[in-house]
Design a protein around this ligand. Structure first.
Ligand code: BGC
Length: 715
């Protein structure tokens, strides 16, 4: 540790102003401009190269990282006066060659160990391509499925978001400084700090109106968890929060992130975000933007070269204190040293087992998919079933991978049809490549169950891909109704990237599996769930509304003054005259092919003094969960609290613990949770975190409607 700080100061003392600004500059890697790039590198005029040619990395052709050229460029950097290597960054979001489920789906697995393992593998694959640094995890808690980028985040809950943050950061980076340095690990980037997920109306890049209270209690925790897990970098977000353009916000970047949370890595701006301060009405021109961003606490300038063009001038004019530049350089060098970029500057092949990674991707997909409905136990289907397989996703391949998959291998993806036919040869599948009504009728005549493969293209999700309507698309609604008229029982597989309002089709379906865009192995995982080889265990990380007009709809608002206008968990909240106040399916919800019964909730020490809580004492709460069905299964046991009377209004339910356990049929497991200082407090009016005196309701169960409860008291 000390060695790193000493080395930073040694380097800093030898650097010219130009070399310092070089470190703060991230340029775009363009194979065609290699000679020019080498020139920059040789003169120490670049700190990083971004391997990607557009901000819409998810769906526009991207140049593959070309290791040969990357090494040539790196050699030029190593030949520079001080030999400081470039750090290569790329958007490695949910897999690299092997694609894992979209992060919103990953969160729905409620399985932190599996998530971590998946990101370990992702880091190996990306390191094999010479990448040092990824722009992930995206930790924007969001309550708005209209926002196309909700697919990239952990869903709507700050606690789940924090657990996911830790898994992904340690998955990418390793668990300690020794591991950070190893070649197969990547430096991570918690993004987009902060409030991007709250953009009004789900409009991308739009303003977010967030009080300090909500910012700290809902939007900050996942970033805090990332910082506490040692995340190397943080990306400032494009948006503004209550008048603060984040990229230039001293309060958000310096006071809150760096000072209060103790973040000692570097902040990189988002693509072009420095010059965009002009568009946001904060800066008069690019020079002014560079001044505001650097002084605000943005350390590295992604892509737009405002720092490169103007920081020297600004420093000479005294408008940017040299101490601010030095501080930014320190942070960048610290991460380069901490992550051993000198040692892993040039690429080296990593011998990883691709088959193992695909296998993990399948297991991950299985754990993410959510069984929402299973009337009359229509699922799993029999292995000699006759199914009519209909709908827009039957032959989809690329879309199963989801957005933000720059290096994916679409050729290795099987379609839902292919997976069923190859894994279940005894099943009769009536299907056709030709979507016609006549075809559909004749197929349905023959079959005993209709499987509707519904979904959306990955091009409807991701950056800049918001939707005004998130109800099931009209043509799919019609398809469901026409098929229903023919009288056969129907199930739907919902391959969407975001929560979709399915009120219009839900009554027609006996079974529903929400598959998400679950990566390379979406179809094989789904086939095994459909036919019962795998028992589904996913739980929703984001509320599924009934219709668009209910948004935002989330499980953890404060209690309202009048019950009928309140929490979506009330038996019959009358928020609207034209639609129920309840969601279609609530947060934390998901069925299994077996059933679980909760009993014997016990609380050790129902009362603990505040003093003791502040000193680390905890309430121990445990519950017995019994698998009462006919098959083994996994259940995510969830613990919610409600701070009954407090100095600020508190959420009616807050997730504060979960454990995913495998329970064999007929057996029981006792699951224990501990609640203490970190779980019971909140940031109050004075922006300070405190636990308050009083009673807390606690609830344990299999989703946010959990009703087995008790009371604990902090006295
Ligand atoms: C996105 C970031 C991404 C960056 C680099 C931006 O448009 O908002 O999430 O990391 O581009 O590709």
């Amino acid at each position: 540790m000390m060695d790193i700080e000493k080395r930073i100061e040694e380097l800093l003392s030898q650097m010219t102003l130009e070399e310092k600004i070089g470190q703060l500059t991230q340029r775009i890697f363009k194979g065609a401009e290699i000679e020019q790039m080498k020139e920059f590198a040789r003169k120490g005029q670049a700190g990083s190269y971004l391997l990607g040619s557009t901000a819409f990395g998810s769906d526009v052709y991207q140049e593959r990282p070309l290791i040969g050229l990357m090494d040539e460029l790196q050699e030029a950097a190593l030949e520079s006066r001080l030999g400081i290597p470039l750090i290569y960054g790329r958007d490695v979001i949910h897999g690299h060659r092997t694609v894992f489920p979209i992060p919103l789906a990953l969160a729905s697995s409620f399985n932190p160990d599996m998530i971590k393992k998946s990101y370990r593998m992702t880091a190996e694959e990306a390191s094999d391509d010479g990448i040092h640094w990824t722009f992930a995890p995206m930790l924007d808690v969001s309550r708005d499925p209209r926002w196309g980028r909700c697919i990239e985040g952990p869903g709507e809950d700050p606690y789940l978001g924090s657990i996911v943050a830790k898994s992904i950061v340690t998955g990418f980076q390793g668990d300690n400084e020794e591991e950070y340095k190893q070649r197969q690990h990547l430096a991570a980037c918690a993004k987009h700090y902060i409030g991007y997920g709250a953009s009004e109306g789900g409009r991308d890049y739009h303003r977010a109106e967030i009080s300090d209270y909500s910012l700290r209690n809902y939007y900050l925790p996942a970033f805090k968890a990332a910082v506490d897990s040692g995340v190397a970098t943080v990306m400032s977000s494009f948006n503004e929060v209550s008048g603060e353009a984040v990229t230039a916000s001293e309060y958000l970047l310096k006071d809150l992130l760096k000072t209060e949370l103790g973040f000692d890595g570097f902040v990189v701006t988002d693509w072009g975000a420095v010059w965009q301060l002009i568009l946001q009405g904060r800066a008069t021109d690019r020079k002014d933007a560079a001044r505001l961003a650097l002084n605000g606490g943005s350390d590295m300038d992604m892509e737009d070269n405002c720092y490169w063009d103007y920081l020297a001038e600004l420093a000479l004019e005294g408008k940017v204190p040299i101490e601010n530049i030095d501080e930014a350089v320190r942070r960048i060098l610290r991460i380069k040293l901490r992550f051993g970029i000198w040692e892993k500057a040039l690429s080296e092949r990593i011998d990883y087992d691709s088959e193992l990674h695909y296998d993990q991707s399948k297991k991950m997909a299985e754990e993410c998919m959510v069984l929402l409905k299973n009337e009359d136990n229509i699922l799993p289907l029999k292995k000699d079933a006759k199914i009519a397989l209909i709908g827009p996703m039957v032959n989809a391949r690329r879309s199963l991978l989801g957005s933000w998959t720059l290096d994916c291998e679409p050729d290795k993806v099987s379609t839902i049809k292919e997976a069923i036919l190859s894994q279940y040869p005894e099943v009769t599948v009536y299907t056709t490549n030709e979507e016609s009504y006549d075809n559909m009728i004749s197929m349905i005549y023959e079959c005993d169950t209709v499987v509707l493969a519904l979904g959306e293209s990955y091009l409807m999700t991701g950056e800049g891909k918001s939707l005004a309507y998130i109800d099931v698309p009209k043509e799919q609604e019609e398809l469901v109704k026409k098929a229903y008229a023919l009288g056969k029982p129907m199930i739907a597989t919902m391959t969407f990237g975001r929560p979709i309002g399915m009120q219009s089709i839900e009554p027609y379906l006996k079974g529903i599996i929400y598959t998400w865009h679950s990566g390379s192995m979406t179809a094989p995982a789904l086939a095994d769930i459909l036919f019962g080889k795998v028992n589904p265990s996913g739980k929703l990380a984001m509320t599924l509304p009934r219709v668009t007009g209910q948004i935002p709809l989330y499980y953890n608002p404060p209690r309202a003054s009048r019950r009928c206008n309140g929490y979506y968990g009330d038996p019959n909240p009358i928020n609207y005259q034209d639609v129920s106040g309840r969601p279609m399916y609530p947060f934390g919800y998901g069925l299994s092919y077996t059933t679980f019964e909760y009993s014997n909730l016990t609380v050790e020490n129902k009362e603990i003094s505040l003093d003791k809580i502040n000193n680390g004492d905890k309430f121990a709460i445990s519950v017995e969960v019994t698998n009462t069905g006919d098959v083994d299964g996994m259940e995510t046991v969830q613990l919610y609290i409600h701070d009954k009377i407090a100095s600020m209004t508190r959420p009616i339910r807050e997730l504060k613990g979960f454990k995913k356990v495998m329970i064999k049929k007929g057996e029981s497991a006792r699951v224990t949770f501990n609640l203490g200082y970190s779980e019971l407090g909140f940031y109050g009016r004075d922006s300070k975190y405190n636990v308050e005196l009083g009673e807390f309701d606690i609830y344990v169960g299999g989703n946010c409607y959990a009703d087995l409860g008790d009371i604990i008291i902090v006295k």
